[in-house]
Design a protein around this ligand. Sequence first.
Ligand SMILES: Cc1ncc(COP(=O)(O)O)c(C=O)c1O
Length: 547
Amino acid sequence: MRPGAIVIPISQDVRHSNEYSPDLLADRLMKLFGAGGDAIEHDLTVERRLSAIIQDFFGMARVSTDVQVRSLNEMFNNSRIPSAPADVEGYIDDLYEKVIRHSINTSSPRYVGHMTAGVPHFVWSLGKLITALNQNVVKSETSKSFTPVERQSLAMIHRLVYDFSDAFYDGHTQNRNSTLGIMTSGGTLANITALWCARNSLLRPVRNFRGVENQGLPAALKHYGFKGAVVIGSSLMHYSLSKAADVLGIGAANLIKIPAGPDGRINLPALEKAVAECRSRDLKIIAIVGIAGTTDTGAIDPLPQMADIARRGRIHFHVDAAWGGPFLFSNEHQHKLAGIQRADSVTIDGHKQMYLPMGTGMLLLRDPGAARFIEKHARYIVRPGSVDLGRRSLEGSRSAGALFLHAALHVIGREGYGLLIDEGMRRAKYLADAVKFRPQFELLALPQLNILVYRYIPEQLRAKARTKDLTRSENLRINQINTRLQKLQRNAGRSFVSRTTLDTTCYGSDTPIVALRAIVANPLTTEADIDLVLNEQALIASNLSRT
Ligand SMILES: Cc1ncc(COP(=O)(O)O)c(C=O)c1O
């Protein structure tokens, strides 16, 4: 253990006792649920232990230990359920040793590789509150005051995107028949829900037809005179849209992917052509999907032009702003998302650039009535006319995680988020300049948001890389080096940058280019951390080139 680290007593294994008589066991279980009045004191003991563990974990000046997942698997191979109960402290000690120490410090300033960063500390306490109260926002009877909190939080984000009038929000925010947005466990479910609303609205019930939700897709298409259904977006759509096409019966093969250009933006003439072709082949276009922040490079599609195309064709326009949405908070950068307010639906992830815990996804709906097409009822809850949020949600039981969003909108506020975004962009620019300045690296795309793709170039190929004259086989060799470099950096655990493969570079789609992918969002990442990450990469790569 590092000098100065907090010493946490570690048990060899979770302490199980087989000495419980049935009475003792019953007594113990009651205590676990708080009987006997000493629950608070017990909780404080556990809390102190957890605080020490968390402090120790964050005190590690590393992203992770160098222990590899393969060796951790061994510790979790036993599938027998322990028969006797363990004491909570012992369990936590064991957890610390086997799990927590080896988890990823996503808060580390040198962890700049994925869309996950640390959370502000006030949400730790809110997490405890949410777990303790254990509200279920599927229905008002298990959440009551949390239902309006969720609705208000969604209305605030709706306003950020659409900025309708005060009268609009006065009329819809708490109106049980209006749905300004739907909380989801993430961007994936938000994207699926968006296309679900679009599909059900387009193939809705009429006269003697009970709608796609009752009759199924083949019957609905037949009824409306279509030969198939498609969704159209760029080749850089997040893979959650394939899941959406799959679960909605559209079929992942009918997700039409229009090539993106070297700037990562959809090719508009190709989009128009695809729309016209679908029309001529009697294919129903369920939605056109625009991306505000592609997963790989943070590129933003030309949203205003896509909105025009969608409007001309009377097609649902969905914008996946899971990553880019919070740029709307920034006065300096919100112009990059111009056109988003013309979308019929928008996905934003709170657990990405709003620094909220996992599980804070959102779908915003321009038309407060759009979600009525997915409404479902049951006799015991979500009855017609109820205020239950579960009436219009793909998920059933859900936690009151909207409280994280609600709290952050108050505690950080619009200006606070604006500043966090501006700072992220400033540091992404610093990284771009640092990459350009170092001859070892090649910048693969100018950052539109705070995601940067670049790669290491071995010395003997640098001149050709500068003039973009590398051959396919040279590029493939460089790919191998960058793949190994990224793995070595990851496995060493001191810093982290992710990797992806691009087919939108100047080398064309037949030459996939392995890119190092940095995401500069952690507010604690400094310019010195960025230099350190790059220096470590340069060192690993130069050692690699020598072997
Ligand atoms: C653009 C985009 N959309 C959707 C998603 C899916 O979000 P989640 O992982 O929260 O389901 C991601 C995740 O990275 C994303 O980058």
